[in-house]
Design a protein around this ligand. Structure first.
Ligand SMILES: N[C@@H](CCC(=O)N[C@@H](CS)C(=O)NCC(=O)O)C(=O)O
Length: 166
């Protein structure tokens, strides 16, 4: 039986997948593990009552496991790994640190008052390490990624517009 998954609808396009990276992570996991699923596209600016009752925090993604709606992509992907261990999507230890310093390097760079303190280069190095890793493993070319991407660029831009424009 297909797993039920609540995902974000594209802003202004209620019947298309929106731009939520947390949802994309869950859908990629389902695709890679070949678990059938059924989408409920949620307009996050006007959440339906049944969704708020099932998931009071009101965030997507949210997946129904054994009759209970479970939010949070970290929790969901962990449950999926336990329930559907093949293929394993656990990060091999040799790659576990790739990109893990991006956030802290970014903060250092933003706070830096000295253009020659190396914080910019440190950030560029971190970003490049992640980019090289993604390129080397062709992650963005995988069928699962292409299949779970919002169909059109406009859907992604529309999703970010309220955050960028305030
Ligand atoms: N920690 C959560 C974050 C989920 C999240 O922030 N989802 C956003 C969409 S990308 C959301 O539901 N926003 C609607 C809202 O907060 O009302 C996860 O990993 O799943």
């Amino acid at each position: 039986m297909a797993l039920e998954v609540c995902t974000k609808a594209a802003v202004g396009v209620p019947d298309a997948l929106g731009d939520c990276p947390f949802t994309q992570r869950v859908l990629l996991t389902l695709e890679e593990k070949k678990v059938p699923y059924k989408l409920h596209l949620i307009d996050v600016s006007n959440k339906p009552q049944w969704f708020m009752e099932a998931n009071p925090e009101g965030k997507v993604p949210c997946v129904k496991f054994d009759g209970k709606w479970t939010p949070d992509s970290d929790v969901i992907t962990q449950i999926l790994e336990e329930k559907y261990p093949e293929p394993s999507l656990v990060t091999p230890p040799e790659y576990s640190s790739v990109g893990s310093n991006i956030f802290s390097s970014f903060v250092k760079f933003l706070k830096s008052k000295d253009a020659s303190d190396g914080s910019e280069q440190a950030l560029v190095d971190e970003l490049k390490a992640l980019e090289d890793h993604l390129k080397e493993h062709l992650l963005f070319a995988r069928e699962s990624f292409l299949k779970t991407k919002p169909e059109k660029k406009e859907y992604v831009i529309a999703g970010w517009a309220p955050k960028v424009n305030g």
